[in-house]
Design a binder for this molecule. Structure first.
Ligand SMILES: [Zn+2]
Length: 737
């Protein structure tokens, strides 16, 4: 690849793209243009492994044995501890702390060479987040500061101090380390642990940050971050500018030595990501979701959701997801394995959602070795069927809006959505509820990022589902209206489009006309014991036989329907739930709509004035999930489903057009530990009866269950291929070729 043809940091214009396409070039990640040699190595990798060194490892680590282990997993690349906090090679960069046990050894270089002899690529795993006290004394400007000027020691390893990403540590020291490693080892890439991270922004009072606040925010650093403050928004923008500046710099340094080397940062956070992943994803060659596992009451599908978020910004380009094989629970155990079933289902979600699995252990001399076979078994199976995991596109025809700015900014001061302390769950509970309803309804769907609503993305989706996308910019709203005008169907709930992308309230929600609703007041609630009355039969409410009432949402916006007429569902306002003597409706009937359903040609619109999605997630009441699923079925109209799966069980399914044909991925979540970590064993389901629509004219010759290792009988009528999957224990991938 010639340097002269490289471009980074800026998407190509359509004209540039067409010109380059005509010249036979290939558009590669991050707008890089590659010659006829094709894509960079990481664009086609299928498996990764990572060993995190600890400072003591140079005394005992067996390089050849570890290289053999990773080779047995058939990984394309191995990530090895390089430096940053601790250098695992004989560094000469000032303030770059050599492992105190390194002696004459070169641990990184030794294992890198052993891995390369076995055909693996080597990525240096770095940590830019902390440095030692000696550096703090001699280069004080590198470090984060409290308002009183004190540095910020690590919570547990208190001899380490937090470095500031706005400081020269990121623009000078880390580059010096990368360049030294380039010179010594020419790594195939660099990865930074923990940066840029995806969580809430923090405030630093160092000199660099004071300058950022002075020049870009027009304020002094506040004591706490507050998403409702205009200063926070400017700081968020400045933070994203700096993330992209550093990412681009480090990526260019990675490629100084080798043109197809790459820098990859640390993303993740699943649906809770606060940073602008759209912007990062547009600039990144490789997206790594450091989303290693779940803890506590997180549902098992947290990893599949991560895949959907990453796909919404990478759109088929390189995505990896880390599976921690250690017990990353709360509390955490770094040196014992998590259950094999949990780790396997995490890796299965990674591949089902179109990501590349990256298997991770920590420490060079494990005393618990149970995790080894877990990764080996899954990766060897994957390698044997690799071609079926090369996806071209999802065949889903439902789009779920990924409401990035709602997740980033919808919180304090905004009524029922206020986040409670550290519980970041609340801004995502709307999406979580819709997600659960879609799983129960067996729908195939993709996430679409709110910055990606152009017709070229939306054109293939039958409906756009918006789970309380409270913050939506004017341009997004314009594109949503255009999508509906072109025949697309819409589901929206609660405060969707009530604020602009930064959180400034509009006089009325920007999509009020599309929703067919007039908003008559501020949000009401949260309140228990309110209801929705079934006042009129409608396909969207389906078959709730035997009841006139459905459970009501905790919060709602009061509305009137613009079209008039009898509402399908009306609000029964909250009344006391305790004590029983007081439990009777004070206003049993109102004409306030709980939802508006409209049709305009092919376009159907369903708007729920309440947070039915979030209330479904919080309560678990299946009526609400059924209501959402019924509504989605109605929104799709007569269009046939691309895939139907019948049979008992809770599953998540993905269907892909692949290089050899098509693949249906079925994840079996039917488990008492579905919503609480960890899964101990699987409870097989099946048979599952599947109907899979292939493109017109496509004749399927073979249907194979890759996990079962069985060729399945099938019949094809027109576009529809029917077959039965006899059983699914953890995961099945059915390849149609
Ligand atoms: Zn700072």
């Amino acid at each position: 690849m010639g340097k002269r043809r490289e471009k980074t940091g800026r998407p190509l214009s359509r004209r540039e793209f067409l010109a380059l396409s005509a010249a036979g070039a290939v558009l590669a990640p991050a707008g890089r243009v590659l010659g006829a040699e094709g894509a960079p190595w990481y664009a086609t990798m299928r498996r990764c492994g990572q060993l995190n060194f600890n400072e003591r490892d140079p005394l005992t680590l067996d390089v050849e044995a570890w290289a053999d282990y990773w080779a047995s997993l058939k990984v394309d690349a191995v990530l090895l501890g390089g430096g940053g906090i601790v250098a695992f090679y004989p560094t000469e960069v000032p303030h770059h702390h050599r492992s105190e046990f390194l002696g004459a050894r070169d641990l990184f270089g030794g294992l890198a060479a052993a891995a390369r002899r076995r055909g693996m690529r080597v990525v240096a795993r770095m940590d830019c987040n902390y440095a030692y006290e000696q550096a703090l004394r001699e280069r004080p400007e590198w470090f984060e500061r409290n308002r009183d000027g004190s540095p910020r020691p690590h919570g547990e390893s208190t001899w380490l101090f937090k470095t500031c990403m706005f400081s020269p540590y990121f623009s000078e020291q880390m580059p010096a380390i990368y360049r030294e490693m380039n010179r010594l080892y020419a790594p195939d890439g660099f990865f930074t642990n923990g940066w840029p991270s995806t969580g809430d922004l923090t405030v630093c009072h160092c000199e660099s940050c004071q300058k950022v606040y002075r020049e870009k925010v027009g304020a002094v650093p506040p004591d706490t971050t507050d998403a409702a403050s205009p200063h926070y928004r400017k700081y968020y923008a400045a933070t994203m500018d700096r993330v992209m500046e550093v990412w681009t710099l480090w990526d260019s340094i990675a490629r100084e030595k080798k043109a197809d080397s790459v820098y990859v940062g640390n993303l993740g956070g699943g649906i809770r990501v606060v940073k602008d992943v759209w912007r990062i994803g547009r600039g990144a060659g490789w997206f790594n979701a450091d989303h290693q596992g779940r803890a506590g009451d997180t549902p098992i599908w947290d990893c599949a959701q991560q895949g959907r978020v990453a796909q919404s910004v990478m759109k088929g380009r390189a995505i990896t997801n880390v599976t921690g094989s250690y017990s990353n629970s709360r509390p955490v155990w770094r040196h014992v394995a998590k259950p094999a079933a949990e780790a396997t289902l995490w890796m299965a979600q990674t591949t089902a959602s179109g990501m590349v699995p990256w298997f991770h252990w920590l420490g060079g001399s494990p005393e618990d070795n149970r995790w080894r076979e877990v990764g080996r078994a899954f990766f060897q199976w994957l390698a044997a069927h690799e071609v079926h995991f090369r996806n071209r596109r999802s065949v889903a025809d439902l789009a779920v809006l990924f409401p990035q700015s709602t997740i980033a900014f919808y919180r304090s001061g905004q009524g029922p959505a206020s986040w409670r302390g550290a519980d970041r769950g609340q801004a995502t509970e709307y999406l979580q509820g819709l997600y659960y309803a879609l799983l129960e309804g067996r729908f195939l769907f993709d996430f679409v990022h709110e910055k990606d609503l152009e017709p070229e993305t939306m054109g293939r989706y039958r409906a756009l589902l918006m789970p309380n996308a409270a913050h939506l910019g004017d341009e997004a709203c314009r594109l949503i209206r255009a999508y509906a005008a072109a025949g697309g169907s819409i589901l929206a709930t609660f405060e969707t489009a009530r604020y602009d992308e930064w959180g400034d309230a509009r006089p009325e929600p920007a999509l009020a006309e599309l929703f067919g609703a007039t908003f008559t007041g501020p949000p009401i609630g949260p309140a228990a014991n309110s209801y929705m009355r079934l006042d009129r039969a409608h396909a969207a409410v389906g078959d709730f036989a035997g009841t006139a009432l459905l459970p009501g949402p905790e919060s709602r916006l009061p509305i009137r329907a613009r079209d008039g007429g009898t509402p399908v569902l009306t609000v029964v306002p909250s009344y006391p739930a305790f004590p029983p003597e007081m439990v009777f409706p004070r206003t049993p009937r109102t004409d306030e709509p709980a939802a508006v359903f409209r049709e305009n040609g092919r376009s159907r619109v369903a708007y729920f004035a309440g947070d039915v999605d979030r209330t479904f997630w919080r309560s678990g009441n299946p009526d609400l999930g059924q209501l959402l699923a019924n509504t989605v079925r109605w929104l799709r109209g007569a269009a046939p489903l691309p895939v139907t799966i019948e049979g008992d069980g809770v599953v998540e399914a993905f269907a892909w057009e692949t290089e050899p044909g098509h693949a249906l991925h079925i994840l079996n979540y039917t488990n008492p530990n579905m919503t609480r970590a960890f899964i101990r064993r699987f409870y097989p389901i099946g048979p599952l009866r599947v109907a899979f629509d292939v493109p017109a004219g496509k004749k399927v010759a073979r249907v194979e269950a890759l996990r079962a290792g069985a060729v399945l009988p099938f019949r094809q009528e027109g576009r529809t291929v029917r077959f039965e999957v006899p059983t699914v224990a953890d995961y099945e991938v059915v390849a149609l070729t």
